[in-house]
Ligand binder design. Structure first.
Ligand SMILES: *Cc1c(COP(=O)(O)O)cnc(C)c1O
Length: 374
């Protein structure tokens, strides 16, 4: 039986009337550009995260680019990040004029390894860009300590990890994205909080960064046709903001449902393959559920078997960024970052969405179990 990677429509019927009324409200007011729904959603989103400010932007990629520029990243600077991520993370470092520097990842959490980050520091390093991959929190205590010691900015790529949490310093539960100088979020439909199109946001507790972000998303302008600097057209669409305000009220419940599905997967796959281990000081948002095998051939075989049965699956990400043609000019080569090179060859992700049923979990895990016996 077929199982999709995500079921976009499963969460829609219960909210249909409310969402359609809100969207019609925007149509009837015709306040399409930076309408009041955008300001309202920004307030709600900041409050949810415990952040002072949120700025709505057009997508998660713009969120990263604007956060980097607003944090003062300039041409000639270096920003240390993970190579095991979607290209937007590194692309936007280049677009801010800086150089992405790839450090290796942790073999258990697949997120930025603080020990490797320290080895990549140079006098040009200005920021660290940790990625909370699949929804798994990075080791923020260690990364924040490095940043403090070397006076670096920290921009958290929280595109896959909205509603994830981290117990900072062993005593303070913080939403991911609200630990560094900025948190960047994507509302791409398949993320934890999906819009009905593209959307994104940056959160910060810094007054100066906030003012800069608001200007940058709107051509560098705070007062119409007065430009103290150049910016971008990177505004969050008003229709999307209206949808997001409604969906935001359900997102915590959806993350609980994702965590319950993840527990079901872990139980069924015990001893079959490596399943995600969430540290005690973290809440995983399970945007993706990723399993690992002890050899590439086993991974490839399992993936093929699932695909053959109509069970959707995906490798996030098959080629680490330091090995991509787009970054050949940086001189990365096989052997540079052994952990992420081993992980990219042995992982793949299973269907994951809040409404995943016990029956679907059984179909998927039975197929994985069959595959490892083949
Ligand atoms: C989705 C994603 C982005 C980009 O978000 P868009 O809204 O698609 O531009 C950035 N980083 C990571 C890790 C992502 O998963």
């Amino acid at each position: 039986m077929k199982v999709p990677m995500v079921d976009m429509l499963a969460g829609y019927p219960p909210l249909k009337d409310e969402i359609e009324t809100a969207v019609k409200g925007v149509f009837n007011k015709a306040n399409f550009i930076l309408g009041e729904e955008v300001a309202r959603f920004e307030k709600e989103f900041a409050a949810h995260n415990g952040a002072k400010y949120a700025v709505g932007v057009a997508n998660g990629t713009d969120a990263l680019r604007l956060a980097l520029i607003a944090s003062g990243i300039k041409p000639g600077d270096e920003v240390i990040t993970s190579p095991f991520t979607f290209i937007a993370t590194a692309e936007t470092i280049s677009q801010a004029g800086a150089k992405p520097v790839f450090a290796d990842i942790d073999p258990v959490t697949y997120t930025l390894d603080p020990v490797s980050v320290e080895k990549k520091l140079t006098p040009k390093t200005r920021a660290i860009l940790p990625v909370h991959l699949y929804g798994m929190p990075c080791d923020m205590d260690a990364l924040m300590a490095i940043a403090k010691k070397h006076d670096l900015r920290v921009i958290e790529d929280t595109a896959q990890a909205f509603t994830g949490k981290y117990l900072l310093g062993g005593k303070d539960w913080k939403y991911l994205g609200n630990i560094g100088d900025c948190g960047t979020f994507s509302f791409f439909p398949a993320k934890n909080l999906g819009a009905f199109g593209d959307g994104g946001a940056v959160t910060t507790n810094d007054d100066k960064i906030y003012e800069e972000l608001k200007a940058l998303r709107n051509h560098g302008s705070k007062v119409r046709y007065i430009h103290d600097m150049e910016g971008f057209n990177a505004r969050l669409d008003t229709v999307q903001a209206a949808v997001l305000s409604i969906r935001l009220r359900h997102v915590e419940k959806w993350t609980e449902m994702r965590n319950a599905a993840a527990a079901g997967y872990a139980e069924a796959l015990k001893g079959v393959c490596i399943t995600p281990v969430t540290p005690a000081n973290a809440r995983h948002s399970f945007n993706y559920y990723t399993i690992r095998f002890d050899a590439k051939a086993k991974r490839d075989n399992a993936q093929k078997h699932l695909t053959g049965q109509g069970i959707a699956n995906q490798i996030y990400y098959p080629i680490s960024l330091h090995l991509q043609k787009a970054y050949a000019h940086l001189g990365g080569k096989l052997g540079d970052l052994p952990v992420c090179e081993a992980v990219q060859d042995t992982v793949f992700s299973l269907p994951m969405f809040p409404e995943l049923t016990g029956e679907q979990i059984k179909i998927v895990t039975d197929a994985v179990k069959q595959a490892v016996k083949l």
